[in-house]
Design a binder for this molecule. Structure first.
Ligand code: SAM
Length: 316
């Protein structure tokens, strides 16, 4: 059916993200020791502005993730929604800042592929086994569970099923919980993503939500971005050309989140540690800085906090 085709195109986006991250790390934009096990080939060259864009995305997300872990002293959970082939769990393990449990959710088909990589590559499976109290990991075709990490096959548009699965994998709503969605909500309708954001707010008294996605699509550059995605038959239900930083915030505010911030990536890029930005800007020559600025202005990070437990998360 059409909706199967659209879902398939959405699932393919996880390879794009990881392929771009693989390429940028091979150039030294940042270090990721694990992405190579999910994407073997470095693949074809990506334009410097793409690499810088991914650098801002990964650095920006990591800064907020690390701030939450520090604030909660790792006495918390992380739930990565639409995680794809993301490697954050392995980074946190290496940096010794693991949450109590790290949950990942994606379509069953993506999850099955990720599990296959984990099972067959010791650098990926060893950290799971090391942090697990019994000998064998709990595994079936569409999920993997260990004490500190689990990966769940589910559709984020089906909240009752999502809730049931997270419970089955021992999520504790009383613990401070960080939700991540990196280029994911854009593939759902505004109603579906609002319901998801509402459900998190209603279910977790102390939570933070970090969302990265497209914004300000109502100009020529935004049109080109949308056309590129549509050409690939992606179901772009959530691409609202009117979506501004304010409407990004409104999605959370109207769902009862207490403090909400949204910055476009141009701003994020300008507040990242500038020594490191100077370092990566020396990696590859960028002809047209204007192109980078345009790209960065069309993505944003929005983060929202609910802090019924008064952990001071709102100050992140
Ligand atoms: N967050 C990862 C990253 O940034 O590297 C992957 C991003 S990729 C662009 C989008 C991911 O969201 C894909 O892995 C896709 O399968 C997942 N996704 C989109 N809609 C979903 C849904 N309704 N249920 C579960 N996963 C979904």
């Amino acid at each position: 059916t059409d909706s199967d085709t659209a879902d398939e195109a959405v699932r393919a986006t996880c390879d794009d993200a990881s392929t771009c991250k693989r390429f940028a790390t091979s150039k030294g934009y940042w270090t990721d020791l694990y992405v190579q096990y999910f994407v073997r080939q470095i693949g074809e060259r990506k334009a410097p502005e793409i690499n810088r864009g991914y650098y801002g995305r990964v650095r920006g997300m990591n800064l907020l993730i690390d701030a939450f872990l520090k604030k909660t002293q790792c006495d918390c959970q992380v739930v990565n929604l639409g995680a794809g082939l993301d490697t954050t769990f392995w980074r946190l393990k290496d940096e010794n800042v693991m949450p109590k449990k790290f949950f990942e959710v994606d379509f069953p088909m993506i999850v099955a592929r990720k599990i296959h990589h984990i099972k067959t590559k010791p650098p990926l499976s060893k950290p799971l086994i090391e942090t697990h109290s019994t000998d064998s990991l709990r595994l079936d075709g569409h999920s993997l569970d260990s004490d500190r990490y689990c990966i769940i096959g589910a559709d984020l548009r089906d909240l009752p099923a999502l809730e049931e699965k997270l419970k089955k994998f021992q999520i504790n709503p009383e613990l401070p919980t960080l939700f991540l969605s990196e280029c994911v909500l854009v593939y759902m309708t505004p109603e579906q993503s609002s319901k998801l954001v509402n459900w998190v707010a209603d279910t977790f008294p102390a939570a933070m939500f970090i969302n990265y996605e497209q914004v300000n699509m109502n100009d020529r550059f935004g049109q080109i971005m949308i056309e590129n995605l549509l050409r690939r038959q992606c179901n772009l239900a959530g691409v609202d050309v009117c979506q501004s930083l304010d409407s990004q915030k409104e999605r959370f505010l109207s769902a009862g989140w207490e403090s909400v911030n949204a910055l476009d990536m141009m701003t994020v890029y300008s507040v990242l540690p500038q020594e490191d930005v100077a370092r990566i800007e020396r990696l590859e020559f960028l002809d047209e800085r204007e192109l980078l600025q345009q790209l960065l202005q069309h993505y944003c990070i929005c983060w929202a906090v609910k802090d019924k437990l008064s952990l001071g998360e709102a100050s992140i």
